[in-house]
Design a protein around this ligand. Structure first.
Ligand code: C2E
Ligand code: MG
Ligand code: MG
Length: 411
C-alpha cells in the first residue's frame, strides 16, 4: 500500500501557499487576471502610478510564483510591469506619462521578487501539493463515511482437505459515486489522516452483524456456523480502546466471540509491540481468534511467531503465487513454514489460491485452510450463492478446526 504523509505547513506563509496550491489551475489563472485588471483599473482610471503607487501588482506575481513557479512568475511580472508602465499615466489628472526608467525599474522589481519567491517555494511546493491533495481526499472520505458509502465484501475461507466452508474474511470497499474503490485506493488516506478507527468501527459492526445472521441461518440448517475475520489497522491495534470497540461490535450484534477472528500484520504492531500484544491477548482471553496476516511478506521475522499471541497464521499470497509458477523453488519454503506452524500448533490459511493445482499441492503439504479467487472471490453478502449453507460442515463431521489452546510458552 503506498504511504502518504500529511506534511501540514506550519507557518502562515505555508498555509497561504497551501491554499494557493489547492486551487485548480484554471481558477488560479482567472484569479490572476482579476487581480491584474483590478489593479490596472485603480491606477489607470482613478489616479495614475504617481498618485497611487502600483504595489498591488505584487500580489498576482507572488501568487503565481508560489503556485506555478519561475516561468509563470516571469510572464505575470512582465505583464504587470507593462500594465503598470506604458499603459498607466504617471498622473491621470494632468495626463502626465511615466518615464521609461521608472516603469522599467518597477518591472525589474516584479521580476526579481517573483523569481525569488518561486525559488524559495520550489522545495515546499510538491509537499504542499501533496498536503492539499490529501486534505481534499480526507474531506471526500469523511463525506463517504458519513454518507454510509463504505461497505464490506466477504471472501470465503475453505477447509482444504474437505472443501467445506470454514468462514469469511471481511474486506472493506467504498461505493464511491464514481465507481467502486478497493482498500488500496483509500485506506492510505485514512491511515495518513487518522481515520482508520472510524473505518474499523464500520467494518466490525457490519461484519459481526452479518456473521450473526449467518450463524442463525447455519444453526437453522443444522450446520456448523462460519467464522468472520476482520483486518485490524495499525492505528486500531496500537490504540488503547481496541478491546472495548471490538466488544461493542460483538455485544451489539450478539455474535459469539469464538466466531470472530482479527487479522494483524507484523508491520501493524511494531510501533507498540508490548501494548499491541497485551490488547491482542485480551481479545484472545475473550475467545476471539487472532491471525497473523500476510506472513512472509515484507520483513517477516520469525520472532513475531513467538511473540504475538496469535493462534492462526495466514501465509502470504506471494508464496502461493511462487508455488503456482515455479513449483520447485517455493515448495521447500512453504513446507518449512507449514512445518513450523504445525510445531507451534497454529493452523495455516494459504492466501491467493488461484488454481486447482495450488489447492491440491497445499492440501497435500498439510495446509488446513485456503482462500483465493479459485475458491471464491470477495462478494457482497447478498451476492453469495444461496446454496452456501450446504457448504458448511455438519456437526461431528471430521474437519480441521482452529482452537483457542495455542498459547505461547510465556503466557
Ligand atoms: P488482506 O487482508 O491480505 O486481504 C486479502 C487481499 O487479497 C484482498 O484484497 C483480496 O481481494 C485479495 N485476494 C484474495 N484472493 C486473491 C487471489 O487469489 N489472488 C490475488 N491476487 N488476490 C487475492 P483487497 O480486498 O484489495 O484488500 C487488500 C488489503 O487491504 C487487505 O489485504 C488488507 O490488508 C486491507 N484491508 C481490506 N479490508 C480492510 C479493512 O476492513 N480494514 C483494514 N484495516 N484493512 C483492510
Ligand atoms: Mg487479511
Ligand atoms: Mg492477507
Amino acid at each position: 500500500m503506498p504511504r502518504i504523509t500529511s506534511g501540514r505547513p506550519p507557518t502562515l506563509a505555508g498555509r497561504a501557499l497551501l491554499v494557493a496550491v489547492t486551487l485548480r489551475p484554471a481558477f488560479s489563472w482567472a484569479a490572476v487576471v482579476v487581480m491584474l485588471a483590478a489593479q490596472w483599473l485603480v491606477n489607470a482610471l482613478l489616479a495614475g502610478a504617481g498618485v497611487i503607487v502600483p504595489h498591488g501588482y505584487y500580489v498576482p506575481v507572488l501568487f503565481v510564483a508560489g503556485r506555478f513557479g519561475h516561468l509563470s512568475a516571469l510572464v505575470v511580472a512582465v505583464v504587470a510591469g507593462a500594465l503598470a508602465g506604458p499603459f498607466t499615466y504617471q498622473e491621470l489628472a494632468t495626463a502626465t506619462p511615466q518615464s521609461i526608467a521608472e516603469w522599467v525599474t518597477r518591472t525589474a522589481f516584479f521580476v526579481v521578487i517573483g523569481q525569488g519567491v518561486a525559488f524559495l517555494a520550489r522545495h515546499a511546493r510538491p509537499g504542499l501539493q501533496a498536503a492539499a491533495a490529501l486534505a481534499v481526499a480526507e474531506r471526500e472520505l469523511l463525506a463517504g463515511l458519513a454518507g454510509g458509502e463504505l461497505r464490506v465484501e466477504y471472501q470465503p475461507v475453505l477447509d482444504l482437505p474437505t472443501g467445506r466452508l470454514y468462514g469469511f474474511e471481511a474486506l472493506v470497499r467504498w461505493e464511491h459515486p464514481d465507481g467502486l474503490r478497493g482498500p488500496d485506493e483509500f485506506l492510505p488516506v485514512a491511515e495518513a489522516t487518522g481515520h482508520m478507527r472510524e473505518i474499523g468501527d464500520v467494518v466490525f459492526a457490519e461484519a459481526c452483524t452479518q456473521a450473526e445472521r449467518w450463524r442463525r441461518a447455519a444453526i437453522a440448517a443444522g450446520r456448523v456456523p462460519p467464522t468472520v475475520a476482520v483486518n485490524l489497522a495499525a492505528e486500531c491495534v496500537t490504540s488503547d480502546d481496541l478491546v472495548p470497540r471490538v466488544e461493542r461490535a460483538l455485544h451489539t450484534s450478539g455474535l459469539p466471540p469464538e466466531l470472530l477472528c482479527v487479522e494483524v500484520t507484523e508491520g501493524d504492531v511494531v510501533a507498540d509491540l508490548e501494548g499491541s500484544c497485551a490488547r491482542l491477548r485480551e481479545l484472545r482471553r475473550r475467545g476471539i481468534h487472532v491471525a497473523i496476516d500476510d506472513f512472509g511478506a515484507g520483513q517477516a521475522s520469525l520472532s513475531y511467531l513467538h511473540r504475538l499471541p496469535a493462534n492462526v497464521l495466514k501465509l502470504d499470497r506471494s508464496f502461493v503465487a511462487e508455488l503456482q509458477v515455479r513449483d520447485g523453488d517455493a515448495r521447500p519454503i512453504v513446507e518449512g513454514v507449514l512445518g513450523l506452524a504445525k510445531r507451534l500448533r497454529m493452523p495455516v490459511v494459504a492466501e491467493g489460491i488461484e488454481c486447482e493445482a495450488a489447492r491440491i499441492q497445499l492440501a497435500e503439504m498439510g495446509c488446513l485452510f485456503g482462500q483465493g479467487y479459485h475458491l471464491g472471490h470477495p462478494v457482497r453478502a447478498d451476492e453469495l450463492d444461496p446454496a452456501w449453507v450446504e457448504q458448511l460442515p455438519l456437526p461431528g463431521e471430521p474437519r480441521p478446526t482452529v482452537t483457542a489452546d495455542r498459547l505461547p510458552g510465556h503466557w
